[in-house]
Design a protein around this ligand. Structure first.
Ligand SMILES: CC(C)(COP(=O)(O)OP(=O)(O)OC[C@H]1O[C@@H](n2cnc3c(N)ncnc32)[C@H](O)[C@@H]1O)[C@@H](O)C(=O)NCCC(=O)NCCS
Ligand SMILES: Nc1ncnc2c1ncn2[C@@H]1O[C@H](COP(=O)(O)OP(=O)(O)OP(=O)(O)O)[C@@H](O)[C@H]1O
Length: 304
């Protein structure tokens, strides 16, 4: 696709109406491609295997209420959301506008899955990142990781911090908020308020390190998932396994990486052992799964 890129020195000059129409058209094409990439990143997370405790096409991990099919239905219901939130970001929309798109997407997800929460964390993380990418694209900024993170924080950082501290209406509590109160750990909201450090400081560097070592994307995603599990205060894990379960997830994952991760000849057997152990304890690192998809999205977005 040929792109209309304006030289930075001419950014303040109004575009000729024909140039403007073409730029608008090309921006919409970009948002459509970005939405497809977001869905593809979530699909790649779903089909990755072995993933300790998580749902894949091979098995349902620690879950009895969802299968890969549930995730596919949910993904299909989300395809318009990622486009809409990228366009909203492009237009410099306020946080409440992004939030109402996310709430609508959560409702569509729940309708598509019969009430099962498959993608709440992903709607938040990949949604905010799509908004930041739309914003950057609209202002001719490069879609590089550092630029995206700075854009996210400059544009919506204050609102994300307020969202992190806010109570849910009507005195309800999400699993994440209950866990945050009982175990004093930040979950998805805090992660967002800090500009997704787990994506930018943990998962992306691990993806790049494994690729730089000459292994392929499959290996890189596995290593990045383990890096996330070793680092994150995942409210899904606390919800099901308490502090003990969370400590186990972190230490098992750190040990896998310290031993060499996917550089080990028998890494697959090690990862499968870990999978069986998490399933036996009903542990499911869903937050790490969401953020792996988010990292894959950022990693690939530079090629759009
Ligand atoms: C922001 C959300 C995800 C807050 O979640 P909360 O902390 O209340 O926990 P909840 O149990 O609902 O969901 C947590 C989700 O986050 C994921 N998660 C868990 N731990 C973590 C973590 N440490 N980091 C990132 N994601 C995590 C889980 O996979 C799960 O899907 C969301 O529920 C929310 O506020 N939805 C309304 C829409 C909205 O306001 N969006 C913000 C603008 S896009
Ligand atoms: N491949 C995956 N397998 C399992 N969970 C995933 C996967 N990818 C993402 N997740 C995330 O993990 C979460 C799983 O939710 P879970 O069922 O543990 O939560 P819940 O419905 O809030 O709790 P519970 O089922 O214990 O009542 C989802 O919100 C989703 O964001």
């Amino acid at each position: 696709m040929r792109r209309l890129m304006q030289h930075p020195d001419t950014l303040d000059r109004p575009l000729h109406p024909m140039q403007k129409r073409r730029a608008d058209r090309e921006n919409l094409v970009f948002c459509r491609q970005l939405a497809r990439l977001a869905v593809r990143s979530l699909y790649q997370e779903l089909v990755l295997y072995p993933k300790p405790g998580l749902v894949s096409r091979v098995d349902n991990g620690s879950h009895t209420d969802m299968t890969a099919q549930t995730f596919l239905r949910s993904l299909f219901a989300l395809r318009h959301y990622f486009f809409q939130i990228a366009v909203a970001g492009l237009e410099g929309a306020s946080f409440p506008t992004l939030q109402s798109l996310a709430i609508g997407a959560e409702q569509r997800m729940l309708r598509a899955t019969g009430g099962i929460n498959t993608h709440r964390g992903a709607i938040f993380a990949l949604g905010m990142l799509c908004a930041a990418m739309g914003y950057a694209r609209g202002r001719h900024m490069p879609l590089q990781a550092a630029t995206l993170r700075a854009t996210l924080l400059i544009q919506w950082g204050d609102a994300l911090a307020r969202h992190s501290a806010a109570a849910l209406p009507g005195g309800q509590h999400s699993h994440g908020q209950r866990v945050a109160a009982v175990h004093a750990v930040g979950g998805a909201r805090e992660e967002g308020a800090l500009g997704f450090p787990a994506v930018f400081e943990v998962a992306l560097p691990q993806l790049q390190a494994t690729l730089a070592a000459g292994r392929d994307l499959h290996h890189a995603r596995i290593d990045a998932l383990f890096a996330l599990m070793a680092h994150l205060s995942d409210t899904n894990v606390y919800h099901r396994g308490g502090a003990e379960g969370a400590a186990l997830v972190r230490s098992r994952s750190a040990a896998f990486l310290a031993a060499g991760g996917t550089a080990l000849p028998d890494w697959e057997a090690q990862a499968l052992d870990c999978h069986r152990e998490f399933v036996a304890r009903r542990l499911s690192p869903g937050g790490a799964a969401d953020l792996l998809a988010a990292a894959c999205l950022v990693h690939e977005a530079v090629y759009l």
